[in-house]
Design a protein around this ligand. Structure first.
Ligand SMILES: [Zn+2]
Length: 316
């Protein structure tokens, strides 16, 4: 098995793009990233396929299907070179504030619509990582309003009491585990009817959930140890023995998300908002990885995720 250690020293998108300058180099690397030297048929799971000129043929008599290193992965049927995909994936990992398709198009010399398409696709498969993770322990939860045009961004958070008036802004409900991972979801509204099932799906029953005094959370005490720490205008840190309960971590996540949005995007359609939120969730949850570690982690996700065009454009 070939080692690719020198790559870990790569620092910027330019270096990555210059290193992966042929499809052969990309494919050799991706083969290692995907199968670690143990090529597996994506149709039946058999190992040790025959190598052919264009890829592999399964050695299992009942299957015998041909496949390539990109079969059954996000890159299947792509007309875009792997060099470009790799550069986009790397960039998405290192760009703390997110990536704008215009900037990306200039940086690697592709059209803006292509850059937009690639970014959406990468955002979608990165979002898969957190899907099946349940949060546990002490969870801070909060909601904010997000999206629409930048000029409308400075709306006070208290607009949650006037929901429905904004045509482009959408509520986003976030949950962050103390010293752990964050999850965030674009929702139709922030009523208990919407919030309760979200908790059921993403937070282990019996966990401690810290929120402000918003009434949407009032019912969660049936299944969780609920701490309400904010009342009216005033923020509180609730002290109980050695424990301090507050919502500062989730608020920090919101403020980073909003600053990034103002700096990078001019407009965000509600239809695609979840993908942008998920992109930030992904970076936050992997913030301890090195730049190259993030790239490798993202490639592994690319290998295991398949997304249809309809999912990509938000139709399903
Ligand atoms: Zn097979």
């Amino acid at each position: 098995m070939k080692a690719f250690k020198p790559l870990s020293k790569f620092k910027g998108i330019g270096e990555i793009y210059r290193y992966f300058n042929t499809e052969k180099k990309c494919k050799d690397y991706y083969e290692q990233a995907r199968w670690g030297g143990n090529v597996t048929c994506p149709h039946c799971g058999s190992e040790n396929p025959y190598r052919t000129n264009r890829g592999f043929k399964c050695s299992n008599k009942e299957c015998h299907k041909k496949f390539s290193i990109i079969s059954g992965s996000i890159f299947e049927n792509t007309k875009i070179s792997l060099s470009i995909w790799f550069a986009v994936i790397y960039k998405m990992g290192i760009a703390k504030k997110g990536v704008n398709s215009h900037e990306l198009s200039r940086e690697i010399g592709i059209s803006q619509p292509t850059a937009w398409f690639l970014l959406q696709r990468v955002r979608t498969f990165l979002s898969v990582e957190i899907m099946n993770v349940m949060l546990n322990g002490i969870i801070e939860a909060d909601e904010t309003y997000f999206g629409g045009r930048v000029t409308n961004m400075k709306v006070n958070k208290r607009t949650k009491d006037s929901q429905g008036r904004s045509l482009t802004k959408k509520p986003v409900v976030g949950m962050i585990e103390r010293n752990g991972k964050v999850k965030a979801f674009v929702t139709e509204d922030t009523t208990a009817k919407v919030i309760n099932p979200l908790f059921k799906e993403h937070v282990v029953e019996g966990s401690t959930v810290v929120t402000d005094g918003y009434t949407g959370y009032v019912n969660i005490q049936e299944k969780y140890n609920h701490k309400s720490v904010k009342h009216g205008k005033y923020k509180f840190i609730l002290k109980e023995g050695d424990n301090k309960f507050h919502t500062q971590n989730i608020e920090g996540f919101w403020s980073l998300l909003k600053r990034s949005y103002v700096g990078i995007h001019h407009y965000m359609s509600p239809k695609h908002l979840q993908k942008y939120v998920s992109e930030h969730v992904y970076r936050h949850n992997n913030r301890k990885l090195t730049k190259f570690g993030l790239f490798e982690n993202s490639l592994a996700l690319a290998a295991s995720t398949r997304i249809t065009y309809n999912q990509l454009i938000g139709k399903s």
